[in-house]
Design a protein around this ligand. Structure first.
Ligand SMILES: C[S@@+](CC[C@H](N)C(=O)[O-])C[C@H]1O[C@@H](n2cnc3c(N)ncnc32)[C@H](O)[C@@H]1O
Length: 310
């Protein structure tokens, strides 16, 4: 199987986010530039995206609050993520933000940034001159770079171009990305990160508890679209998610399934979004939540006390 179906998962994720934002699950003024049409998804899918966005954003805030303006962010398989612009809208200043994805995906992102003044202007205002190649974008502190995450040498070169500092506190994000990469390559990436960076924090969101009938159906659906889950062996349960960090030199790891994550969201916020769409039966939502998780890993002790609470 080629990489095209894996890249296409970004279109799907972006469409889901666009639809949920349109319904009011959360605010994102920038996703409409990347996805023009709105497709209605099942309420369970919208709630799933809501919980994931809330949890990931919450850890990002915690990290930035602690690391301050020295913070760097490296977003693996970022797709059309709008995090850079959302952070800027909140007035958050960090020392570097790098997005990595396949060159086919980053070239589409660069093209969209070039063609939409509000996206481009925000970068100009905050990060000075913007330089584009067909697949990469560089500015003062924001870089969107095409790379195959299975190629560590290429990653090193791209991070050097982006002037990432290995001694600064660095947040690594991978949302639904590692599962598409053979475990051997993910292990090498995690090993390299743990040896290269002195202090850091990793947020990984992806599948877990895949060894049951529901998991088989999820995998079958993706395979039917030509998408191989090459890294699925680490998604067996929360322990396999955590041990991947420990086995690859990280100082510690914790993981929660999305049932726990959902219940950690403030009751008022849950009550608000539960009114947006009526859910026929809770069973499907719970099953979906049981099959996704947030796993965090840290390097050094600076972020070892972070918990899921919001
Ligand atoms: C499901 S999408 C998620 C996008 C984004 N993180 C989000 O949450 O919306 C998976 C992304 O990972 C990227 N990806 C998967 N394997 C990759 C690899 N080997 N090298 C670079 N990018 C990869 C895909 O191109 C795609 O953009």
């Amino acid at each position: 199987m080629g990489d095209e179906p894996v890249m296409a998962t970004n279109d799907d994720a972006s469409e889901c986010k666009r639809g949920a934002v349109q319904l009011g699950y959360w605010t994102d003024n920038y996703i409409p530039y990347f996805v023009r049409h709105i497709e209605r998804k099942a309420p369970e899918i919208n709630r799933g995206y809501f919980a994931r966005i809330k949890a990931v954003d919450n850890f990002i805030q915690k990290f930035i609050n602690r690391a301050g303006s020295n913070a760097q962010i490296i977003n693996f398989g970022a797709g059309f993520d709008t995090l850079y612009w959302r952070l800027k809208d909140e007035g958050i200043v960090i020392s570097g933000y790098v997005e990595l994805d396949f060159p086919t995906v980053t070239s589409k992102k660069c093209y969209t940034i070039k063609r939409n003044k509000p996206l481009l202007d925000r970068i100009y205002e905050q990060d000075g001159e913007v330089r584009f190649s067909s697949t990469d974008m560089h500015s003062g502190n924001f870089h969107c770079l095409g790379v195959d995450l299975r190629n560590i040498q290429q990653i090193k070169e791209k991070l050097q171009q982006a002037e990432i500092k290995f001694d600064k506190p660095t947040l690594f994000i991978a949302e639904c990305v590692l599962v598409y990469i053979e475990s051997e390559w993910v292990n090498r990436l995690l090993q390299w990160l743990s040896s290269a960076f002195s202090t850091g924090f990793f947020i990984n969101y992806e599948m877990c508890n895949m060894n049951d009938t529901f998991g088989d159906i999820m995998m079958g659906n993706l395979r039917a679209r030509g998408c191989n889950l090459a890294g699925i062996s680490n998604c067996k349960n929360l322990d396999t998610q955590k041990s991947r960090f420990i086995d690859n030199g990280w100082s510690g790891a914790k993981a929660w399934d999305m049932v726990e994550v959902y219940h950690s969201i403030e009751p008022a916020e849950r009550a608000r979004i539960e009114k947006i769409e009526f859910l026929d039966e809770q069973e499907l939502l719970i099953q979906l939540f049981q099959h996704y998780c947030i796993c965090i890993g840290w390097l050094g002790n600076d972020f070892a006390d972070f918990e899921i609470g919001m």
